[in-house]
Ligand binder design. Sequence first.
Ligand SMILES: [Mn+2]
Length: 347
Amino acid sequence: MPRVWEVPVHDSTRVRDARVAAERAAALAGLDEARTAAAALVATELATNLLKHAGGGRMLVDLVAPPMPSDGACLVQIAAIDHGPGMADVAAALRDGFSTTRSLGAGLGTCRRIADGFGLHSAPGRGTVALARVGARPKDPAPVAVVRAGGVNVPFAGAEYSGDAWAWARSGDRLTLMLADGLGHGPQAARASTAAVQALHRAAHLPPAEALVHLDTALRGTRGAAVAVAQVDTGAGLLRFAGVGNIGARLREGERWRSLLSRPGIVGVHRHATLREDRLTWAADRLLILHSDGLPSRWTPPSDADLPAADPAVVAAVTVRDASSSAWPVRDDTAVAVLAPTPAEAP
Ligand SMILES: [Mn+2]
């Protein structure tokens, strides 16, 4: 089940909580002592930065599974999200040894160097997202894929488990991204969305509408879930999409965003005779965002020109941050998952 640690960081006592969360996640991921220490260092640095530069923020620590079980074990994902003033110079902040305040901190450059994946997005006046993934260092680096996926998962009211789950799976030229929202929240919701994740890995070779039929069978006996499945066929330059229930989907095509629509229903409870499947062109300027209804339905997608090149999990964190406001109190788990092309030269 998607165990998530959410740590609000508004004073220095919470820096320790962020570090402990990273250590617990590292234990669940089976990381050795050295990589656990790396995760703890990253969490400490990012939490300290929240206090120093943004007047506080929140940390999200969770586990991210690779697209194929054979790709290795889970990684620990550590995200720091703030509504602070933003950074004037992101490139400078990433240089080793750079610091805007006198400190003995490791610095963002060190975080990037020791992490297996790192992303930083900062917008003046909106805030900063810094995100790192730490796993067991593989002996051979995985080949660079042309499509990437990532996401964040925020349990309702700081709960330990989210009833939402996202997952990705690779099969030949096809990369499939799924987001599932188990009915309600809490452990029973998490059981339904976890069943969807497991079933997805058995159905990754199928187009989305057919995969949803398999998921429907797998979710019998659970509460059921809203599920959307998006699949990029990189060989054909094609995006297929199908969804059942209340999962939002927005596709960026160059400068424009369009919504992809799901059918009403509940996977695992009520099965449709036929499912519509959208077929769209996938290209280098596309970006797909899937989200559960923890996000307000009227959110505005981010317009930053640099987002398609950003780490997909960073895009997801920026989306959650910018969509949340005191006018729309969160009443449910919130998961956001993103599909993005891999830039020709990784940032
Ligand atoms: Mn929900």
